[in-house]
Design a protein around this ligand. Structure first.
Ligand code: VG1
Ligand code: CO
Length: 544
């Protein structure tokens, strides 16, 4: 194989965020842009000569082009083999599983997750290490560092690889294996959950379900698992065909974006269970007839009931949540005497805890839950978890949630997002909060007395690494909390996220609307960060 060294110009903006490098497709299409970042990854890694790399994406616009470029660069940089999902498709959790199962050196996942796709929308690339999880911060920082002074990248010439037919192809000694993207993952799910029970519950009509694949990657996975293996009718999956532009929608599973599902779940003849997943298949939204389960509650309910699931029957070693996720799971952990960890936003922080077997389950308020079965959050896994719970407990989603609140109390929760704020204004707002927190503790605002205010700094209990500036937290004496942070996944300006939570022990108050119950906190949050004053915005773009 003849290796070519191509001269290139460094780009200053290749700093990976919460989950890989995300930019507009047009940015990725600039000369050498993708190549620079891929070379920065390869050049920052060591000892992969002859080893295997997994490659696939969520099928969005530019996926196939990027894959052909990466194949040649991987060959030129000395990898021995590539494992690629058929048609270039792999969901994020499936990629994680395949890296682990085939003992690959690592993997490249091409996705901008829940961000929209298409020629004028977003693309992304993320490197996962040999445990199947997102590269830790020390690696992503190394990639960025390298990209700042890159002057050339390595590639080679050979005919484009046929991505659509399963099988092995060679270019010289370089081996390319195209695999079915679903089979390994479906087998893994079968090993975790009680498939015979699920099948029986679906065929008997006890469970009727609706899954919205949002024209994204989980269509083929849901079809194989829910329809072919578990016998659900074909019509139970909507938007099942992955499209390069996700049909022009945001493949973001929440009540705002999965509106067709939301409408049906709150209609008179709603199915018993409804769910959706995101662009790359790692997020999940759980609903039941007339009820939406917040992701924070979902994590707590999973933790409280995990022993009903075959794979977790022996119990959990511990649980973890990202810092802005509600404290609902902490209450479960306290009752079951389980260790409970609080990590910064982003799945990469769970990897060490999972590898060290300190935790079995973990999750984020942003519609992400997962376990030690892979090293990514996993949308369909969460769906199957809930189906297994419903089938095992013989209870509706609403009953499961209400019973949980009765036992543990309810952490009324909401997140308000202000998208595309001008970056300097957003930074000034955070700076203002930083100054404010020093003087807040002890101050009373109506019934809310500030008990602490700080900027979250995380020390990893496994490797001792420290991650600073992970969000501003303000905690109140009555257990309520608000968190402010800027998104690390957006591609336009800055997105301010405000996370609000209030604990309600009194069961007679559990059925309140979250926005109403949180109204005082919402007003206080505005008072603290001055978003109206500073941006002129009167309300958030998205409320979840
Ligand atoms: C968001 C979520 C975070 C999640 C990340 C990646 O990050 O808040 O919890 O891990 O997206 O999810 P940020 O920095 O924008 O708040 V995915 O499904 O977009 O890979
Ligand atoms: Co995602």
């Amino acid at each position: 194989m003849q290796i070519e060294t191509i001269t290139t110009q460094a780009y200053s903006d290749q700093n990976p965020g919460t989950s890989g490098l995300r930019k507009k497709v047009k940015v990725f299409q600039q000369a050498g842009y993708l190549e620079n970042f891929v070379q920065s990854i390869f050049s920052s890694l060591e000892d992969f000569s002859g080893k295997t790399l997994v490659l696939g994406g969520d099928g969005r616009y530019f996926n196939r082009t990027a894959i052909q470029i990466i194949i040649k660069m991987a060959a030129a940089n000395g990898f021995g083999e590539l494992i690629i999902g058929q048609s270039g498709l792999l969901s994020t959790p499936a990629a994680s599983h395949i890296i682990r199962k085939y003992h690959a050196f690592g993997g490249l996942v091409l996705s901008a997750s829940h961000n929209p796709g298409g020629p004028d929308e977003d693309f992304g690339i993320k490197y996962n290490v040999s445990n199947g999880g997102p590269a830790p911060e020390k690696d992503t920082q190394a990639f960025y560092q390298y990209s700042q002074s890159i002057s050339s990248y390595k590639t080679t010439h050979f005919a484009d690889v046929d991505l659509d037919n399963i099988g092995i192809q060679y270019r010289g000694d370089f081996k390319i294996t195209i695999i079915d993207p679903v089979t390994d993952y479906a087998e893994l799910m079968q090993s975790i959950f009680d498939f015979p029970l699920l099948k029986q519950s679906i065929s008997s009509g006890y469970i009727t379900l609706l899954f919205d694949a949002m024209s994204a990657i989980t269509g083929p996975y849901a079809k194989r698992i829910l329809v072919d293996m578990l016998g659900a009718p074909e019509a139970s999956i909507i938007n099942a065909v992955p499209l390069e532009d996700f049909g022009g929608h945001h493949p973001d599973p929440n009540l705002a974006h999965a509106h067709e599902l939301a409408e049906r779940m709150f209609s008179a003849d709603a199915p018993t269970f409804g769910a959706a997943s995101d662009g790359d298949g790692d997020r999940n939204m759980i609903t039941g007839s007339q009820i939406f389960v917040t992701p924070s509650d979902s994590l707590a309910i999973m933790a409280a009931n995990a022993t009903l699931i075959p794979a977790y029957a022996k119990g959990l070693s511990g649980v973890a949540r990202s810092m802005p996720t509600s404290q609902a799971v902490d209450r479960v952990a306290a009752q079951f005497q389980l260790p409970c960890y609080e990590t910064p936003t982003g799945w990469k922080f769970f990897g060490n805890l999972l590898d060290a077997e300190k935790i079995t389950l973990c999750g984020e308020e942003s519609f992400g839950t997962g376990s030690n079965h892979v090293r990514e959050k996993d949308g369909l896994w969460a769906v199957l978890f809930w189906l297994n719970l419903i089938a095992q407990k013989r209870q509706s989603v609403a009953d499961i949630v209400h019973e949980h609140w009765q036992k543990f109390g309810r952490d009324i929760y909401s997140r308000h997002d202000y998208e595309a704020v001008e970056t300097p204004i957003a930074n000034a707002m955070i700076e203002h909060l930083r100054e404010l927190i020093a003087e807040l503790p002890g101050k009373a605002f109506g019934e809310y007395v500030v008990s602490y205010a700080d900027e979250f700094c995380y020390e990893d209990s496994v490797d001792g690494s420290i991650s600073k500036n992970q969000g501003i937290r303000i905690g109140f004496a009555n257990g309520s909390r608000m968190v402010f942070r800027l998104s690390g996944t957006g591609t336009v300006g800055a997105t301010l996220r405000i996370y609000l939570e209030r604990f309600e022990a009194d069961a007679s108050q559990h059925n309140q609307d979250a926005q109403v119950a949180l109204a005082d906190l919402i007003t206080l949050a505005e008072q603290f960060c001055e978003i109206k004053k500073r941006t002129g915005r009167t309300e958030p773009n998205v409320i979840t």
